[in-house]
Design a protein. Structure first.
Length: 269
């Protein structure tokens, strides 16, 4: 009996907002004709300021609805906060492959020359024991500084809408790492939120040329390609679907902002 998915079965990307587009981009490069459903939980954004208990309940329930509706072959939690808190709950609840997002502490530890690494994420991500464990496992002999920056999530969403990014939010995020003991020796910063690579140019300018920025998107894309190896895909890419949970104070972005990622229509649930 053939259990391989239909060629039309999509890859489901899930994030609190538009940060997961930074994972969708490299995935499209590896799997150019893959059908895509990109889901953003605008009703729940920002995740970084929610409690662990709230997210551990919300994320599996919402993903369950999305899986039932779109029948994906694989789901990607393209959100560090949701992954660090809810990944085990989602895997227990859903019977399909789930790819999570892990802060890129291991490659950062291999890159640093000064031995001082910064982890820039949401408040919820940087307080997780999971991040402690990654630091202990891969960067035990390094100094790992952390800072939670909700302002960067807001800035990334604004930038994708074509609105200006508040320079003060960038400055606060950089100072949050630089001003810690050892921060002047920082030479690698892990962007531990999928929203943050959308602000890579602004952050690169603010940190200066001596600091490398790293994120996990390319590794996640390779993992998705590996897990779907040998599966059938359509001959040409169908327009992707962007799905937003309904929020009265946060309407979906214009389709023009999503089109470069291969998304051709917007739905709300």
């Amino acid at each position: 009996m053939d259990h391989s998915p239909s060629p039309d079965a999509p890859i489901l990307f899930f994030d609190s907002g538009l940060g997961g587009l930074t994972v969708l981009g490299p995935t499209r490069a590896l799997l150019p004709t893959a059908p895509i459903v990109y889901a953003a939980d605008y009703a729940g954004l920002p995740y970084g300021q929610k409690s662990d208990v709230e997210l551990a309940a919300r994320v599996p329930a919402l993903l369950g609805r999305l899986v039932e509706r779109y029948q994906p072959r694989l789901a990607v939690i393209a959100c560090n906060t949701a992954s660090t808190i809810a990944l085990a709950h989602v895997r227990a609840a859903l019977d399909l492959p789930i790819v999570g997002t892990v802060p890129a502490i291991k490659p950062a530890a291999e890159m640093t020359r000064t031995g001082v690494i910064g982890v820039l994420g949401t408040e919820a991500t940087v307080r997780q024991r999971y991040v402690d464990d990654l630091g202990a496992k891969f960067a035990g002999d390094k100094t790992v500084l952390r800072h939670g920056s909700p302002g960067l999530v807001t800035g990334a969403e604004a930038k994708l809408r074509g609105e200006p990014v508040d320079p003060a939010a960038i400055e606060r995020a950089v100072a949050g790492l630089r001003d810690q003991p050892g921060g002047d020796a920082l030479d690698v910063v892990v962007l531990a939120c999928t929203h943050f690579p959308l602000l890579e140019d602004e952050l690169r300018t603010a940190f200066g040329p001596d600091v490398a920025l790293i994120d996990g998107a390319a590794g996640i894309a390779r993992r998705i390609a590996y897990l779907t190896e040998g599966q059938a895909w359509p001959a040409t890419a169908p327009p992707g679907i962007a799905v937003f949970t309904r929020s009265d104070d946060r309407p979906p972005p214009p389709l023009a902002a999503l089109a470069p990622y291969g998304l051709g229509s917007i739905e709300t649930i």
